[in-house]
Design a protein around this ligand. Structure first.
Ligand code: B3K
Ligand code: ZN
Length: 867
């Protein structure tokens, strides 16, 4: 594998030119596209050569101020166009290049997907469309003319407002778009194809009338109401919470089948993976509906956090992504349940980001270097980045934080900023009230630069006479690749005392910024020691190490007034149970006590919120358990999970059946109503089915052909781990019903690929050759190969056959689509945590992968796995 020179943050220099205006003409032909550009350039220093990026372009002509350039005046090598001599005064460079979107399987730049031409330019895809500096700090006003055959491409879209349409000859037409807001090339978008439009309107708080246009394939129109309603809710929320309004006359969303990720926030022309647009209660689960709502919101919120204020360079990626995730999390919390959302987000953080932070691909929220920027669209940049913003919010409180946000927006609107700019603006805005900041800003900034999850060791003692708890804390962060030494970080720690009847005294927010700290909490004198409710709402992204007794955890589980901490106490007990089972033992006292506590919550919980109860009872994820086991034994953990699920079903049979009889009334309610009841149904089905309950198996099988996708998929999830007839009937029934809907059929592919079967690997091979499997669709690849890697018994087969198979598949995908492949390669990042034999066979698979000619993206990941 060729080593690629890393790009370093320390090497940042502004571009040597300004590019205030770009005109683009895109001429769509049946077997190629010709892109002509007119770049208005202003040199910033005399004599600098003009360097432009271009990948897979055939340059047809170049001219400066209308004078064609001779071949001797330029060179084009390894993706770089160099023009050594340029005028000292502002000038116009005209370029004309030919590209082939019809054979572009990378899904970057301009590509064809099911007859539709669409773009994906973030991070560095524009260089596959036209010659350009293609860096986020070069902002221009764009005018784009698209010309195409009227028959195959009746719809022609780009950013901004349409300013003209023309007929060209008899069978072609052209549309010109103008975007008044300066933007970098990664926010450019273009769509040309035959799409159906669904239109709506939104009036902003200042009275701007915005046309909302959703574009989908013919036949999909009926599945767009949820996306449209979500967009309107997002627009209203950003106005009322952040005082940020939409700024153009139209907002377009296009659904595309082949897409490398979820969606893209191109200015006024969002392009979405069709699975994140097309949905209703019959075709999508409650969780998918909520996710669609949140991704629509996320892309919409980028209009300010990302587009109006963009990133100076890609090291600042979390400036827009962390902030926008924080904003979409707050949106979902406001619209639905704050506590359930927090629990879901923390669970996801622990199972994905903590794992990344503890492995070979660990990197800071603001990395210092990279080889392929596409590899850095990670859960660290996104979710840990959002946690940093959340800590600022916690430290400052809503009013001061929002004043900081307003300062950030007014200071940097229309520019490309850095995370330092952001943090400083938040601090300056917060302190406009004349009060001190309240924490050490320089130390807080360290969060951006330091990889790894901090560990916090907590010890406490109770003074009976004074009624005081003394809490001693010590923070440390383990070394991560390239960062042996770590600094202490600023930690906002929300804590309180909890007695058998609930919270005693107020919650305290303790700010720690040294290696150690001691604090005291006031409780009731002469009473038994209360439990310590620590890191309430998960006020900082940490791993807490504290010896808590069974009694304390039970007290928190049943009496804590913070729903997150209640859940967290239950999670600690469940992890204890599962780890003991995975070691071949059984922690009987903990099991019995936890089951009794759960029983009480189920019985009491019927009167309270059902979504809260379903979240409270949820089981920890595999990744969390793996983090606590050394060496990791995935098969033992999987067996522990199965046996505990069955035990829960047996022990809680009576209350679970009672739950089922009550929550049945929630089944037909339209989302978001009824979702708590449906979540409890899924949980009860899973546990009871695992315990061998035949009636539940029959009920679940029926739900697969019912009118609620949530129930159908819950049923499949309950039946899928069981080697029973109903499982195969249910899967076949689901397939028959949805075989013509690719978005939905992917769920079937994933379930089939992850079902434990004796011939698991063979089944996965069949799926990859299935006539409905689309090897060019990242969704389908993720369904089958992602499902396969979640198939513990097959993927982790002791002979290494699963690992080898995956290595071959990643190499095959890499030849077509490096972005998707390099993500998949990260499945091997746990290698170092297994026992010697498993490590050996996994390392062989990594070496097998490394033996293929890999893309720069996948090569970088493999290099990190194999240092
Ligand atoms: N900004 C895009 C992600 C682009 C990924 C490029 N490989 C979606 C989002 O975060 O909103
Ligand atoms: Zn984003």
């Amino acid at each position: 594998m060729a080593a690629v020179a890393p790009i370093r943050l320390a090497d940042y220099t502004p571009w040597a030119f300004q590019l205030p205006v770009i005109e683009l003409n895109v001429d769509v032909q049946s077997n190629h596209v010709v892109v002509s550009s007119r770049l208005e350039l202003t040199p910033q220093s005399a004599g600098a050569p003009l360097l432009l990026r271009g990948v897979d372009l055939t340059i047809e002509s170049l001219a400066i101020d209308d004078v064609p350039l001779e071949p001797s005046e330029w060179s084009y090598r390894e993706g770089l166009l160099t023009i050594n001599k340029t005028p000292a005064q502002p000038f116009v460079l005209a370029t004309r290049c030919r590209i082939d979107p019809y054979n572009n399987s990378s899904l970057e730049g301009l590509y064809a997907s099911c007859g539709l031409l669409s773009t994906q330019c973030e991070a560095e895809g524009f260089r596959r469309i036209s010659l350009h500096p293609d860096r986020p700090d070069v902002l221009s006003q764009w005018r784009v003319r698209i010309e195409a055959p009227r028959g195959s491409c009746p719809v022609l879209l780009s950013n901004g407002n349409p300013i003209g349409t023309e007929a060209v000859g008899t069978d072609r037409h052209a549309v010109t778009w103008d975007d008044p807001f300066p933007k970098p090339s990664y926010l450019f978008a273009l769509v040309a194809g035959d799409l159906r439009e669904i239109r709506d309107r939104y009036t902003t708080s200042s009275g701007r009338d915005v046309a909302l246009r959703l574009h989908v394939e013919a036949g999909d129109e009926a599945f767009t109401a949820h996306a449209m309603a979500s967009l309107k809710r997002s627009m209203a929320w950003d106005e009322s919470v952040y005082n940020l309004e939409y700024d153009l006359d139209e907002y377009n969303i296009v659904a595309v089948r082949h897409f490398n990720m979820g969606a893209m926030e191109n200015k006024s022309l969002n392009i979405f993976n069709s699975k994140l647009v097309l949905a209703d209660a019959e075709t999508a689960t409650d969780a998918e509906l909520e996710r669609i709502e949140s991704v629509i919101a996320h892309e919409y919120f980028h209009n300010w956090s990302g587009n109006r204020i963009t990133c100076r360079d890609w090291f600042q990626l979390s400036l827009k992504e962390g902030l926008t995730v924080f904003r979409d999390q707050s949106f979902t919390a406001d619209l639905h349940s704050e506590s359930v959302k927090r629990i879901e987000d923390v669970s996801m953080l622990r199972n994905t980001q903590f794992r990344e932070d503890a492995g070979p691909t660990a990197h800071p929220v603001k990395p210092a270097e990279y080889q392929a920027i596409d590899n850095f669209y990670t859960t660290t940049i996104y979710e840990k980045g959002a946690e940093l913003i959340r800590m600022l919010h916690t430290l400052l409180g809503e009013t001061r934080f929002m004043r900081g946000m307003a300062t950030y927006v007014s200071r940097f609107d229309g520019t490309a900023a850095t995370t330092e700019d952001f943090v400083q603006a938040i601090a300056d805005g917060a302190c406009a009230d004349g009060q001190p900041l309240g924490f050490d800003l320089a130390k807080f900034r360290q969060w951006y630069h330091q990889a790894g999850t901090p560990h916090l060791e907590v010890k406490r003692s109770w003074d009976d006479a004074l009624g005081q708890m003394t809490v001693q804390m010590k923070q440390s962060t383990s070394a991560t690749p390239g960062q042996p030494e770590k600094q202490p970080l600023v930690l906002p720690l929300a804590m309180a005392l909890v007695g058998p009847e609930g919270r005693v005294g107020d919650e305290a927010l303790v700010v720690m910024d040294g290696d150690t700290m001691t604090t005291t909490l006031q409780g009731q004198p002469n009473s038994p020691a209360p439990a310590l409710s620590f890191l309430r709402r998960f006020s900082a992204p940490l791993i807490v190490q504290m010896d808590q007794s069974l009694q304390e955890n039970l007290q928190l589980f049943s009496a804590d007034d913070d729903p997150f901490s209640r859940w967290d106490a239950g999670q600690r007990l469940a992890r204890q149970v599962l780890l003991a089972r995975a070691q071949g033992g059984c922690d009987q006292a903990v099991e019995a006590a936890l089951i009794e506590a759960m029983q009480q919550r189920i019985t009491a919980g019927q009167a309270t919120d059902r979504a809260d109860l379903a979240a409270l009872l949820s089981l920890p994820g595999m990744a969390e358990l793996e983090a606590l086991q050394s060496p990791v034994d995935p098969l033992a953990l999987y067996d522990a999970m199965r046996s505990w699920t069955a035990e829960l079903g047996r022990q809680l049979q009576v209350p679970l059946r009672q739950v089922l009889s009550v929550v049945r009334h929630d089944w037909p309610l339209a989302w978001p109503a009824g979702q708590g009841g449906r979540a409890l149904t899924g949980l009860a089905w899973r546990w009871l089915a695992a315990a061998g309950d035949e009636e539940v198996r029959r009920e679940a099988l029926q739900a697969v052909s019912g009118s609620s996708m949530t129930l159908a998929r819950s049923a499949l999830r309950a039946l899928q781990p069981l080697e029973v007839e109903e499982r195969d009937q249910a899967l076949a029934c689901f397939y028959d019903r949805w075989q013509n809907k690719p978005v939905i059929l992917d769920a079937w592919f994933a379930l089939e690929a992850s079902a434990p079967r004796l011939n698991g690997l063979e089944r996965v091979q069949q799926l990859l050759e299935h006539p409905r499997f689309d090897p060019l669709a990242p969704n389908s690849l993720r369904a089958v190969l992602g499902g396969f890697t979640a198939n513990v018994t097959t993927f982790h087969a002791v002979d290494g056959s699963g690992y080898r198979f995956m290595a071959e598949q990643v190499a095959a995908v890499d030849a077509r689509n490096p972005i998707t492949a390099s993500r998949m390669a990260k499945v091997f990042s746990r290698c170092g945590s297994y026992g010697p034999e498993r490590q050996r066979v996994m390392r062989e698979a990594i070496n097998l992968l490394a033996s293929y000619p890999l893309s720069a993206n996948t090569a970088e990941v493999v290099q990190l796995l194999n240092p």
